[in-house]
Write a protein that binds this ligand. Structure first.
Ligand code: NZQ
Ligand code: ZN
Length: 389
């Protein structure tokens, strides 16, 4: 196990009616906020009114910025930066999912910065300063409510890039599982795939003596695997929604990555897909992750056999760990399919030809190889896209 520093400052306020505490939490930082939200689900399902009521009760003024799209765009971030500068706002409240939270994070680093906020994404510029942000989460998926990352898409060129710093971890996350009852099935399933991907990116490591975190990873995966089909059948099952929601935060708040080096190849490989074709990130991962597994599993067949046995209850075939590993990969694919997700590029509604795959592989590796479990260069990434066809 490697040495590590783990610090996650995000305060989690979890449970029914937790949104009533939004105003109180915000008022510790500011009496005026930029209230960022998405395409309207929070208005349709009453979340907007509840949060507004709590803000008003605490005497907090809200300036609104709605219209964040999934795979959030740079343009709206720049609009938000201008509003904050003009209105002297120094706290941002994100009410929604990863796209809304990532937009809020991007605005939070854009306001104190004199240049173009895209520099942090395109050039990995170090984040020196940011405004504090808070979140009211409405979909368990990206884990952005306590992660140090933000992912933004620049429309010209379909460039989806991330920025990261502990400064981007939100001050608080309000999490009411009841808010997730209204999720469309596709978003519930895509969220589950994203949560699982965040765990698997960390699980597949060559680091020895990390049984403790391996077991935490396996428990998180099993929880999502068991509860997601029930959430799809019974969208208003509180216990099930609550377990998935908490798993989504733990999957990506870095606890599961302690003492080890995660892989993190499947995410950039997927981000090319959702950046260029505007597909849902979790659905993209359901296509890419099994293909990545096919490509790399021989590098540590024991770990893949363990994945099959400990996550999917497969019996280990000691005469052929390869056969056991393949069962685990197939179980993962079957699970994704059973939740209604695509598992190959051919399942998508978009036309992607060989030249597109080549372009994605080139863009994905424009700053060098991706992945730590196995370092993948442009040709490797292209082969993974081809395996995913
Ligand atoms: O826009 P509205 O109308 O709110 O609808 C949203 C959106 O269409 C809808 N939705 C959210 N909560 C709902 C709801 N519909 C009904 N009831 C509710 N309670 O769901 C759709 C998807 O929302 P989005 O915010 O895009 O989902 P998600 O949380 O999956 O975020 C995806 C984004 O996060 C990035 C992804 O790349 C993608 O851009 N990621 C961010 C990470 C981070 N910051 O740490 C890590 C992840 O790996 C990921 O890359
Ligand atoms: Zn993800």
């Amino acid at each position: 196990m490697q040495d590590f520093t783990f610090q996650n400052r995000t305060k989690i306020v979890f449970g029914r009616e937790s949104e009533e505490q939004t105003g109180e939490e915000v008022s510790k930082y500011a009496d005026k906020v930029l209230f960022v939200y998405g395409g309207g689900s929070i208005k349709e399902y009453g979340i907007y009114d509840k949060v507004m009521e709590s803000l008003e009760g605490a005497g907090v003024e809200a300036v609104e910025l709605g219209g964040v799209k999934p795979n959030p765009r740079l343009k709206l971030v720049q609009e938000g930066v201008e509003i904050c500068q003009e209105e002297s706002i120094d706290f941002i409240l994100a009410v929604g999912g990863g796209s809304v939270i990532d937009t809020a994070k991007a605005i939070s680093i854009g306001v104190p910065y004199e240049g173009d906020v895209w520099d942090f994404y395109a050039e990995d510029k170090t984040i020196e300063e940011s405004l504090p942000i808070g979140t009211v989460l409405t979909i368990p998926a990206a884990g952005s409510e306590s992660s140090p990352g933000s992912v933004i898409t620049k429309e010209e060129g379909g460039l989806k890039r991330d920025a990261g710093s502990n400064k981007l971890r939100p001050e608080f996350a309000i999490m009411n599982p009841e808010f997730t009852y209204t999720l469309p099935d596709y978003q519930t399933a895509s969220g589950a795939a994203d949560i699982m991907a965040h765990v698997m990116e960390r699980y597949f490591t060559h680091e020895p003596n990390v049984d403790f975190t391996d077991r935490l990873c396996e428990a998180t995966l099993r929880t999502v695997i068991e509860n997601t089909p029930i959430a799809l059948e019974e969208p208003k099952n509180y216990g099930v929604r609550a377990q998935i929601m908490w798993a989504s935060t733990v999957a990506h708040n870095d606890l599961l990555g302690t003492g080890r080096v995660g892989d993190w190849a499947s995410h950039p490989i997927e981000h090319e897909l959702s950046g260029m074709y505007d597909i849902t990130h979790g659905a993209g991962l359901a296509i890419i992750f099994p293909a990545w597994m096919e490509y790399v599993h021989n590098e540590n067949i024991e770990k893949f056999a363990r994945f099959a046995a400990s996550v999917w209850n497969e019996e280990v075939d000691f005469n052929s760990l390869e056969r056991t590993a393949q069962k685990g990969i197939e179980d993962l694919r079957k699970f994704f399919r059973s939740t209604g997700l695509p598992t190959s590029l051919g399942d998508l509604d978009v036309e992607i030809d060989e030249a597109d795959l080549e372009e994605m592989a080139r863009k994905c590796t424009d700053k060098g190889p991706v992945g730590n479990f196995v370092e993948l260069d442009e040709e490797d990434v292209l082969e993974i896209y081809q395996l995913a066809r």
